[in-house]
Design a binder for this molecule. Structure first.
Ligand SMILES: [Fe+2]
Length: 170
């Protein structure tokens, strides 16, 4: 039995705020990729899916004169750090197992090298598949952040993924 489902996370107002900011469709796609990769590599699929869903929740809006400023973003972005912290806080608040919450937070922290001075991190298998899951859904020019999905369909996809996880999980 899991303490927290993807639906519990999805329906929380904090998750709604930040998942919508960085693209709900992308978050769900990455959760699905992470689930499949987790299964393939015999990792904890619940942790993988949750890290996939929440991996981008640390994004800040780098706008200048009403337009997204990519240079400002590149220079100042720390979204994996903020995302790890936000996801951890949310998960603990929802009653997540603290060991799982930490594992998910670390997978979010290391899901990209973009904010680091060098790219020499050695990832655990779980951290690696969350990075791959994100890359699988990436589109040129960051377009994956702008794909949309309506709330009802998004909620259905989350429920279906929860069912898949429950089927594999004791
Ligand atoms: Fe992403």
């Amino acid at each position: 039995m899991r303490d927290v489902t993807l639906l519990n996370i999805f329906e929380h107002h904090i998750a709604q705020k930040y998942l919508n900011r960085s693209g709900l469709a992308h978050a769900i796609a990455v959760a699905y990729h992470a689930f499949h990769l987790g299964k393939e590599h015999q990792l904890d699929i619940d942790i993988a899916a949750k890290a996939g869903l929440l991996h981008d929740m640390g994004h800040y809006t780098w706008y200048k004169n009403g337009k997204w400023d990519y240079d400002l973003y590149k220079q100042n972005d720390i979204h994996p750090i903020k995302g790890a912290e936000r996801a951890h806080k949310l998960l603990i608040r929802l009653g997540e197992n603290p060991i799982k919450a930490k594992t998910i937070a670390l997978a979010i922290l290391f899901h990209t090298d973009s904010f680091l001075p060098s790219n020499d991190i050695i990832r655990t298998p779980l951290q690696q598949i969350v990075k791959w899951a994100d890359e699988r859904d990436e589109e040129e020019g960051g377009m994956h952040h702008y794909r949309t999905i309506d709330y009802v369909r998004a909620r259905q996809s989350i429920i279906r993924l929860d069912q898949w996880i429950d089927r594999e999980y004791d």
